[in-house]
Design a protein around this ligand. Sequence first.
Ligand code: ASP
Length: 552
Amino acid sequence: MSQFVSDAPAAAPEPRSRFPLHYQILAAMVVGAAVGLWVNAGERALPDATVRFEPLPEGGIAVTEIGRGGRTVFRQTFPSVAAFEQRFREADDLYPEARRGGPHELPVTERRLHFSEVREEISLRYTRQYGELPMVNSPDVASRAELAQRHPWFLDEYDRYAGTASRSLTIAAKTVGDLFLRLLRMITVPLIVTSLVTGVAGLGSSERVGAMFGKTLLYYLATSFLAITTGLAMVNLIRPGVGANLPGGGEGAVAGEGRSLSGIFVGLVEEMIPPNPVAALAEGDFLAIIVFSILLGLFMIFVGGKSGETLRELFAAGFEVMMAMTVFIIRLAPIGVFAFMLYATASQGLGVFATFGWYLLTVFLALVVHSCFVLPLMLWLVARRSPWQYAKALSPALLTAFSTASSNGTLPLTLTSVERRAGVSNRVSSFVLPLGATINMDGTALYEAVAVLFIAQAYTGGAMSLEQQIIVAVTALLASVGAAGIPSAGLVMMAIVLQAVDLPLDAQGLIIAVDRVLDMCRTAVNVWSDACGCAVIERFEPKPAAVAGVAA
Ligand code: ASP
């Protein structure tokens, strides 16, 4: 393998160890997941029951699950037949006499209750089958008292769960994982600022900054559209939503605020211009910080002379120190990743995967095509790098992105891996990565497109027209640009895509249950695309004679 040489100010190669970081992280991930599955704190199997559908005296429908001894084990009411039919897609199979009145009963099997609890919030997932149809309810309750009031029939199970050692272990894992994420967040803002200012100022001329910006945006746009196209192709091919026994009874939408497209766009532009850069730094407003840092670097070039040079040296020195701090914190990555994986697997439970099999498979396959074929092909053909070597160099960042589901949180690792392990120059990476973590999200864009088409297929039972799919593609791109690099951001932003094609926002309730696992996958793809962008863009940068890449 040829040797990387980089022009990054702080780019010393990562020290060799007998058990390299990426293997440490991989091992931590596997062990964490295994322990989490073993612990699987919240999952409890419940005895079979019967569900009874009946009209309410005041109108509407009551759905009551009755356990042994005639005891009510769950109850939902709907104010009207229409509300009932809207909630249960297979309403006819469930309660054929809904419109004619009279009671109807079905067996309830495969009943599982799944608790997870972090700090004050209890999340409860209740899965079961009404006859053949899978059902999921996933309400969040703030306290035991609220649980007692809203779902009293689950209180005993909760109390049993609350006393277990595995619950304490899951909470401890989340706390440790969060501490690691806090450490990463602590260095993210100073790292972006020093790295970006040094990188831009190091470009030496405003033309080069402009050219880099143009190429970067072109790359973001091209790969995001490729990702969306792959997602749409896959969802049209597999059609996971058509005829799916979609779980009914999801608990409403996550995306409370329905923002319009133009609103999102104007919001983004506004976010880019901080009225007070110090406040933006304090608040960690990524876009504002990036814009201000680019301008600062640019004006250091314009002013030049002693002032420009002094500032450049100051930022370069700051960057070197921040990089050293990052490398130190990254040594803790295996602990953080272990904790996150334990928490993720213990709090998800396995039962839910069976219900959403085809949907999960569709998103997963589309992500695999994009990240294992499309992007590597680009790396190989355009950047002239070996995709395998590049992925290996990036593995600490990719594994951390997967476990934490946060591109912003992973940014320090991405920067270090791209510069120190893959030998990309700081000028390129400091520009492409922070901006990419905020606005280039191939995985999220793909996910938005697949999820919305899945929902549409499940709701309407058929395919979407081409025009509508184009609307989905464009809005999915905007949603991915607008999504922050934090867990579940993509789920929240889905509102604009759903709205654009007139689907109800609370349809999201159907896919929340499996969002975390897909979030982990799409975040790794988001980070991978940013990293590939560095290699692609560097290929077109005039480089000093000393800089060399790995030839494919
Ligand atoms: N968690 C993703 C990220 O940080 C964003 C998303 O929810 O899609 O990149």
